[in-house]
Design a protein around this ligand. Structure first.
Ligand SMILES: *[C@@H]1O[C@H](CO)[C@@H](O)[C@H](O)[C@H]1NC(C)=O
Length: 289
């Protein structure tokens, strides 16, 4: 009996090591897509860096496609003078009626604040920007940027604090991303025609190469494979039965208060308040939250 128990124990140990490491390995979960050596996977797959110089930026994408998920990634953004650079981290499907859920980090001069730009596309239509300052320096350390995407809502979070919620308002005729599987993409590129103070501040190439870093990817998600999706958790701590709670997760009252705190104190642009841009009337989803 003792030996059976110890064999089982060893098996469980090996399994848990396998599950734990599968939660964050860039070799396993991602592929570098462009940048001719400017994107690098380091530390046995625990760290990924993107870089940008005058000749090129770089990027990567997930191997899996997902249809719903709760996806976390830690990013440390380009430090110092990052004006003109954009670090994009997003989910997107393919084709002309694509869906997309975007985080974009717009760089700035040393000491001036980054802008976190967000957008949601459904069936090829975006124009749903919200922009924020952050309550910390996103270049000093890694911070966790999360997308909860389930059939009822999309929630953008930063270090566990929700900053934006896009609810499913299909009943009011607003398309919601729910049929097209999406991949995770990220890239670091030059956008000095618009990124910093609307394009006034240009990239200072004497500061190149610019580098952004990624670690601790975790996805509780439904993975799409040959026409169907299977939902599971690759997080070592969740039990087999309780691990798909994110599929119906909603914001509790504490989370709603934190969302309001961010929106009140850090939001700098909201398409839902931009009556100049929508003289015919604000988009339908704006009129009912
Ligand atoms: C950069 O800093 C300026 C000055 O503080 C600010 O107006 C702007 O919103 C900041 N961010 C970007 C991306 O331009």
């Amino acid at each position: 009996m003792a030996s059976l128990a110890s064999v089982l124990g060893l098996f469980v140990l090996i399994l848990s090591i396998f599950i734990a490491t599968s939660a964050g390995n860039f070799y396993q979960d991602f592929g570098i897509t462009w940048g001719d050596g400017r994107a690098k996977i380091l530390n046995n797959g625990e760290l990924l860096t993107l870089s940008l110089d005058k000749a090129s930026g770089s990027g990567f994408q997930s191997n899996n496609e997902y249809l719903f998920g709760k996806i976390d990634m830690q990013l440390k953004l380009v430090p110092g003078n990052s004006a003109g650079t954009v670090t994009a981290y997003y989910l997107s499907s393919k084709g002309s009626n694509w869906d997309e859920i975007d985080f974009e980090f717009l760089g700035n001069l040393s000491g001036d604040p980054y802008i976190l730009h967000t957008n949601v596309f459904s069936q090829g239509k975006g124009n749903r920007e919200q922009q924020f300052y952050l309550w910390f320096d996103p270049t000093a350390d890694f911070h966790t940027y999360s997308i909860l995407w389930n059939p009822q809502r999309i929630v953008f979070s930063v270090d566990g604090t929700p900053i934006r919620e896009f609810k499913n308002k299909e009943s009011m005729g607003v398309p919601f991303p729910k049929n097209q599987p999406m991949r995770i993409y990220s890239s670091l590129w030059n956008a000095d025609d618009w990124a910093t103070r609307g394009g006034l501040v240009k990239t200072d190439w004497s500061q190149a190469p610019f580098t952004a870093s990624y670690r601790n990817f975790n996805a509780n998600a439904c993975v799409w494979s040959s026409g169907s999706s299977s939902c599971s958790s690759n997080s070592a701590s969740s039990s087999a039965s309780g691990n798909n709670a994110w599929l119906s997760e909603e914001l509790d009252s504490t989370s709603q208060q934190r969302l309001q705190w961010v929106q009140k104190n850090y939001m700098i642009y909201n398409y839902c308040s931009d009556t100049k841009r929508f003289p015919q009337g604000l988009p339908t989803e704006c009129n009912m939250s």
